[in-house]
Ligand binder design. Structure first.
Ligand code: FAD
Ligand code: NAD
Length: 363
């Protein structure tokens, strides 16, 4: 007998088709979903190889082909969310009639659990590197021209780099270029660049090497990974963000959507004032937007710090988590060092919050 997940996969399995005219080849993927968001579609074309992956719930559908003829270096990807169709349009290099779309590569036309899909990397170019704090830098990576990726809110990518002859991969959460960007600027930017805020640790095995990269160097970047779904936010009125150190990174894109909530409050734990990421930008956002509030809490403050002090505690959380209305729907998102999130979850449960009211960012 079929298991539920097998029949689910069979019912949902997308199919694809292709057609041509004198000038172009179109690959059409019918996802059988009515709400395919652009960010669930990843397309790469390089050296005659086309790879397209669509995420449908917890599953991944893959098109992976070595095309039978040459195409020009400009691929267009159209996602028609409402009908659930993805079209990839490629211009023929020669005016030939194609008899076949291409040669199947590993796992072409497969629909499997997302977690079972091998992580795919493409080469991105480092285009800028700027200081955020004394030990944290904003890396801007340019996507290849024929890559279509949009990393969904709350998800991360892996960076892969060869260190002493061994491939090492670690996760990083893309942020926006700045906290306050207008939405057009954001969309244009995010289709071409990925911004990563990376803390360089003095003894860090990976970050020390990443920090040595020069402008123009290449770095391998994976497709988006992670469990966060925008649908978790749909009915939320009060959003509470509890971050420590670089655990702030998944919160950045959540802050871009302030208008969707009645209130967003950020409680941001750091060692010292100098460690606070985008402190001025956060203060500016709180100043210009009445829906947003930020609190900084330092675990190793200098004597002249007049703000809150200490580590995450029942006391800090119960003071912070005040609903705007008695029965407003709320979500608490938490991210930081493992010990920090572990304590946070315990305190939240002690305060009576349910599992549905807590989201923990993890790998
Ligand atoms: P490591 O070599 O792992 O060392 C890190 C620090 O820990 C150093 O100070 C080191 O001295 C110390 N250390 C190492 N081992 C031990 C030990 N056994 N005991 C005590 N101390 C030790 N980081 C970001 O900067 N930005 C992000 O956006 C980001 N996103 C992430 C998303 C996810 C989903 C996850 C899971 C992590 C994310 N991280 C992010 C963390 C990142 O993946 C790396 O863990 C981090 O960059 C450290 O890498 P490293 O190899 O340089 O340091
Ligand atoms: P940090 O060591 O500078 O600490 C920042 C604050 O976290 C401290 O001021 C303290 O309040 C709290 N803290 C630190 N260690 C603690 C402990 N043992 N117990 C209780 N509280 C503690 O932080 P960092 O170096 O910026 O590290 C950030 C962490 O966030 C990393 O472990 C990184 O892997 C994680 N992270 C996870 C994700 C994700 O899962 N999506 C994303 C980004 C960062």
């Amino acid at each position: 007998p079929k298991t539920t997940s097998q029949s689910f996969a069979k019912d949902l399995c997308p199919r694809y088709d292709w057609f041509q005219n004198d000038l172009s080849i179109t690959v059409a993927i019918y996802s059988k979903q009515k709400d395919i968001a652009s960010e669930l579609v990843t397309v790469d074309y390089e050296d005659g190889i086309l790879r397209a992956e669509i995420i449908i719930k917890d599953y991944s559908y893959l098109i992976y082909l070595e095309l039978s003829h040459a195409v020009k270096e400009e691929i267009a990807v159209h996602v028609s969310g409402t009908v659930g169709k993805v079209e990839i349009v490629m211009k023929k290099k020669d005016n030939l009639v194609w008899k076949k779309l291409g040669q199947s590569l590993d796992n072409h036309n497969s629909f499997i659990k997302r977690t079972e899909r091998e992580v795919f990397y493409r080469k991105c170019r480092l285009v800028s590197k700027s200081y955020v704090t004394y030990n944290t830098k904003l890396f801007c990576l340019m996507l290849p021209r024929n890559t279509h990726i949009m990393v969904p809110v709350g998800q991360h990518v892996y960076l892969k780099h060869t260190i002493a002859g061994t491939d090492v991969a670690k996760p990083y959460t893309p942020v926006s270029q700045a906290l306050q960007l207008d939405s057009k600027e954001l969309i244009l930017n995010e289709s071409k660049y990925i911004y990563l805020m990376i803390k360089i640790y003095p003894n860090g095995a990976f970050t020390q090497e990443i920090d040595k990269l020069q402008i123009g160097d290449n770095l391998l970047v994976s497709s988006p990974q992670g469990n966060f779904r925008k649908s978790l936010l749909h009915t939320v009125e009060d959003l509470f963000l509890v971050a420590a150190g670089t655990g702030f990174t998944p919160m950045v894109k959540l802050l871009a959507d302030i208008c969707s909530f009645r209130t967003i409050k950020l409680m941001f734990f750091n060692r010292t004032e100098d460690d606070i990421l985008w402190k001025e930008q956060l203060e500016q956002l709180a100043f210009t937007n009445k829906r947003f509030e930020v609190q900084f809490i330092l675990s190793e403050p200098r004597d002249d710090w007049t703000g809150k002090r200490g580590n995450i505690s029942l006391h800090h959380l119960s003071e912070f988590l005040k609903r705007s209305h008695e029965d407003s729907r709320m979500l608490v998102c938490i991210c930081g060092p493992t010990a920090f999130t572990g304590q946070g979850i315990r305190f939240l449960k002690d305060l009576g919050y349910s599992e549905e009211e807590i989201y923990v960012f993890t790998e």
